[in-house]
Design a binder for this molecule. Structure first.
Ligand SMILES: NC(=O)c1ccc[n+]([C@@H]2O[C@H](COP(=O)([O-])OP(=O)(O)OC[C@H]3O[C@@H](n4cnc5c(N)ncnc54)[C@H](OP(=O)(O)O)[C@@H]3O)[C@@H](O)[C@H]2O)c1
Length: 339
């Protein structure tokens, strides 16, 4: 399967590293022969119809800053859009930064890939939170797939669990801790008795936050993930603007400690129920399965016939998210085989 990889940062590089490690197993168990025919970053691209050497690719990026310095096949200045249009491939893996204002540049990359008949695997939440229903329609119209397991829960298969393991059930509601950074901050506050500012500094020190942590703290990242989950799993057609959002920015150590004395923990909960979507800090009994610690994510699906199920696991990380991309690629490969 020929792959165009757009974005070669944490997730993109983890993906090529993981493909190198897993290649024999992927061939043996899934008959999956990935061939990375183009990689694009902001400096340009490396393009080879025979497949790029992943070792060289990684080395060039680390040493020279852009894949466009790849010897012989590097092209400086070429845009991702031109690569998607001009290079033959079965799938485009889109891993550019999340932008929740207009979804760009990922929105255009994804649309162009779908229009040009290429399947899409993405970890980019922006375009999906803003326009998942329209992108699904576009994929269907062009008879290709769009898959995005890595957008929610990193490597923890939250989306796949609901979509595949709960297949045939009716999901009545979704409730979850969808952002590891805010969960880490709340855990620090309740366990180490530190103020939010200090807990946030610690999260920054450990590399858990973005340069601008407001996406996490203000609940926007959680809201993006909730929209993706609710649309895909519950069949809704919601957008980010439909979510009532309250972050954790106004919580004090006093709030956290008062709740703790009553046997409760505060968690930033994304909830979809009866067509209503919200993200807000809520006190939960400390034995609730959503009271996970540190950077973990946890999501409870309430089903109509078989009760509640909760899935828990790490919510981010390069290699974890890359493992979700590989799951999606295997799924695309299986769909291609059926055609
Ligand atoms: N990291 C995680 O744990 C994680 C988990 C789940 C989801 N995600 C999502 O996955 C996506 C990628 O995350 P990341 O951590 O890998 O981000 P990152 O390290 O910032 O990498 C982003 C990559 O996109 C490239 N890029 C930016 N604009 C571009 C453009 N116009 N054309 C081509 N390439 C462009 C950058 O190029 P340069 O290298 O030249 O700057 C960089 O290689 C984001 O949407 C993020 O929200 C990340």
């Amino acid at each position: 399967m020929r792959i165009i990889l757009v974005g070669y940062g944490t997730v993109g590089r983890s993906l090529t590293d993981l493909l190198k490690i897993q290649i024999n197993k992927l061939r043996r168990t899934h008959g999956f022969y990935p061939r990375v025919v183009a990689v694009v970053d902001r400096g340009g691209a490396a393009i080879s119809s025979e497949g790029l050497d992943l070792e060289t690719l990684h080395r060039v990026k680390v040493e020279k800053g852009s894949v466009s310095f790849y010897p012989g096949v590097g092209v400086a200045g070429i845009s991702a859009l031109d690569v998607i249009r001009e290079i033959d491939a079965e799938v485009v893996v889109e891993t550019t930064p999340t932008n929740i204002v207009n979804g760009e540049p990922g929105m255009t990359h994804i649309k162009e890939a779908l229009i040009s008949g290429k399947n899409v695997v993405t970890t980019n939440k922006g375009p999906l939170a803003l326009a998942l229903p329209a992108l699904m329609d576009l994929a269907e119209y062009n008879n290709v797939l769009i898959r995005f397991s890595g957008t929610v829960g990193g490597g923890t298969p939250v989306i796949d669990f609901a979509k595949e393991c709960l297949n045939g059930e009716e999901i009545v509601s979704i409730r979850g801790v969808l952002n590891g950074t805010t969960n880490f901050i709340l855990t620090e506050m309740e366990e180490k008795h530190v103020a939010m500012k200090q807990a946030l500094s610690r999260a920054k020190e450990l590399g858990y936050t973005e340069e601008d942590p407001s996406m996490d703290i203000k609940g926007i990242d959680s809201a993006c993930k909730l929209v993706i989950l609710a649309n895909w799993v519950m069949g809704l057609r919601k957008k980010l603007e439909d979510v009532e959002i309250e972050g954790i920015e106004n919580l004090t150590l006093k709030n956290v400690e008062e709740r703790k004395r009553r046997g409760e923990l505060i968690r930033l909960i994304g909830e979809a129920r009866d067509e209503e979507l919200s993200v807000k800090p809520l006190p939960l009994p400390k034995h609730d399965p959503l009271c996970v610690k540190g950077t973990l994510n946890a999501v409870t699906f309430q089903t109509k016939f078989s009760g509640e199920k909760t899935i828990v696991g790490p919510g981010a990380g390069g290699v974890e998210t890359a493992s979700a991309v590989i799951r999606d690629l295997i799924r695309v490969k299986a769909a291609l085989m059926k055609r």
